[in-house]
Design a protein around this ligand. Structure first.
Ligand SMILES: O=c1ccn([C@H]2C[C@H](O)[C@@H](COP(=O)(O)OP(=O)(O)OP(=O)(O)O)O2)c(=O)[nH]1
Ligand SMILES: [Mg+2]
Length: 161
């Protein structure tokens, strides 16, 4: 049985979604692609100072989900060229993709990438463009960790404030 890997979520079935890949021999990150053309508006779009609305991140769909052992996590981190060449930053700094997010009843575990565009021009991400990289790693728990049995039923605040 496969231990860890990526799959396409059903809403993007047969839509030529590419599974993340490492680009070079010893690359640590699996580059995730945008599942569709997607606009990331400039934070400066409404004037001299960004408004609160302009500072709300967009969620770029990837069309993929990840399965992994329960003691591992996939970390979504920026590509170094994201801010430098496209003005795109990941405002949550590092996206944490938990093992129990896979196939959750709310969105099947589809991975989304939060983004803001710090450049002055709006930016259209094209379908298939590599928007961040995912790094697999193990996580540790405390000695007196209380094993939680609550099931995840979504993401982005699904466990409450
Ligand atoms: O950039 C991200 C970050 C998270 N997630 C998904 C996977 C993750 O397992 C879930 C919850 O993320 P996290 O625990 O970081 O956010 P939260 O605000 O604590 O949400 P929740 O209450 O659902 O745990 O949302 C993404 O798709 N992209
Ligand atoms: Mg959480």
């Amino acid at each position: 049985m496969k231990k860890r890997g990526f799959e396409i979520v059903s809403r993007y079935d047969k839509q030529q979604i590419q599974l993340p890949q490492r680009q070079t021999q010893f690359a640590a990150g699996y580059d995730l692609q945008a599942a569709e053309d997607f606009l990331v508006p400039s934070i400066w779009r409404s004037g001299a100072l960004p408004t609160p609305a302009a500072l709300k991140p967009v969620l770029v769909p990837t069309g993929i989900k990840v399965f992994l052992p329960s003691d591992e996590v996939l970390l979504l981190v920026s590509r170094s060229s994201g801010p430098l060449k496209r003005g795109l930053v990941i405002p949550n700094s590092v996206g944490v993709i938990d093992a129990d997010y896979y196939n959750n009843p709310n969105n099947e575990g589809e991975i989304f990438v939060q983004m803001l565009n710090f450049f002055s021009q709006d930016y259209w991400i094209h379908k298939g463009e590599r928007i961040c990289q995912g790094i697999f790693t193990k996580y540790l728990i405390t000695t007196d960790d209380v094993q939680n049995t609550i099931k995840r039923n979504g993401g982005f605040g699904s466990s409450g404030k």
